[in-house]
Design a protein around this ligand. Structure first.
Ligand code: NAP
Length: 287
């Protein structure tokens, strides 16, 4: 059993699969991608995280959403138990031949991409649609109006914001009302700058979803931040990644984690983190 938690109205799992690595640069084959999603679902994971922009720079848009749809359609388990979250507001580009993530937060673009996301996922309405990242060229409230239109038109059932400050979260509370259920921000032992938003979401009754909860799929700049987690892991005989995820989940019942994976083995290990009980002394040591 994977630790169960309610994400707004969805009875789902606190540990979801972050699907991004399955279709951006250095992704595995489609076959391994589907195998990885199936392995997670078979093990009890009921939360998948994708985005309109999870495709390779220069490649076919929405590859990841299409992969998620294919995996769900070819899975023999209870599809209606799985909550799928996606995001709009980013697209891929190149800057000096390097793959980049550009933003387009114009309401008309968000509405267009939201509708495309629903089509790519093969659903009438998206379970949870995030505004992916603020666009400095567009007033935040204007972008939120685009997300609100998608809720009103029934393209999305619930909404969230990602990479958002407390001020932006408050704007979303005002504009999106009770359909606003989650904030997805970066949070891990190597990135705690968003601690204020993790605390604030608890206070105002929102869910907090940690992205790159293991520090990202690229090697962390400062690996020493994981030393204390490695020491605790050794005493429990588990991977330090499980300790990191268990530590994040212990920050509050409103917290979710979406570890990424390129293969079944890593997500299968991560899904066990909900069973790992860390003592108050261990949690205090980990910070
Ligand atoms: N909202 C946003 O702006 C935003 C931005 C970035 C990411 N995200 C979301 O967050 C998700 C996770 O982020 P991420 O993929 O960048 O990084 P991550 O979850 O911090 O790390 C993923 C890496 O950790 C490894 N890993 C996972 N579980 C492991 C385990 N139990 N033992 C050993 N290694 C393990 C994976 O290894 P393998 O490669 O060997 O499988 C993968 O390379 C993404 O998939 C995406 O859905 C959102």
């Amino acid at each position: 059993m994977v630790l169960a938690r309610n994400l707004g109205p969805y009875a789902t799992t606190a540990i979801g699969l972050g699907c991004m690595p399955l279709s951006i640069e250095d992704h595995p084959s489609e076959e391994v991608g589907i195998e990885t999603i199936h392995a997670a679902l078979d093990a009890g994971c009921r939360h998948l995280d994708t985005a309109w922009a999870y495709y390779e720079s220069g490649g076919e848009e929405e590859t990841n959403e299409k992969l998620v749809r294919k995996a769900l359609e070819s899975w023999n388990g209870p599809r209606d138990e799985v909550s799928v979250a996606t995001k709009v507001g980013h697209y891929r580009n190149f800057t000096d031949n390097v793959p980049t993530w550009d933003v387009d937060g114009r309401p008309e673009s968000l509405i267009k991409h939201g509708k495309e996301s629903a089509l790519a996922l093969g659903v009438d309405a998206i379970d949870l649609l995030y505004f992916h990242r603020p666009d400095p060229k567009v007033a935040y409230n204007e972008s939120l109006e685009g997300i609100k239109a998608l809720l009103e038109q029934g393209v999305a059932k619930k909404a969230g914001v990602s990479n958002a400050s407390i001020e932006q979260i408050d704007m979303a509370r005002e504009i999106l009302g009770s359909d606003f259920i989650a904030v997805q921000n970066q949070y891990s032992p190597i990135y705690k700058d968003t601690q204020d938003t993790l605390d604030y979401t608890a206070k105002v009754g929102l869910n907090f979803v940690c992205w790159s909860p293991l520090g990202g799929y690229r090697k962390a700049k400062d690996e020493t931040k994981f030393d204390a987690f490695k020491a605790v892991a050794a005493t429990h005989g588990v991977s330090y990644q499980q300790v990191v995820l268990a530590w994040e989940l212990a920050k509050g019942d409103h917290v979710f984690v979406i570890p990424g994976a390129h293969r079944p083995a890593t997500i299968l290990d991560s899904l066990k983190a909900g069973d790992l009980k860390l003592s108050p002394e261990e949690l205090a040591k980990l910070g």
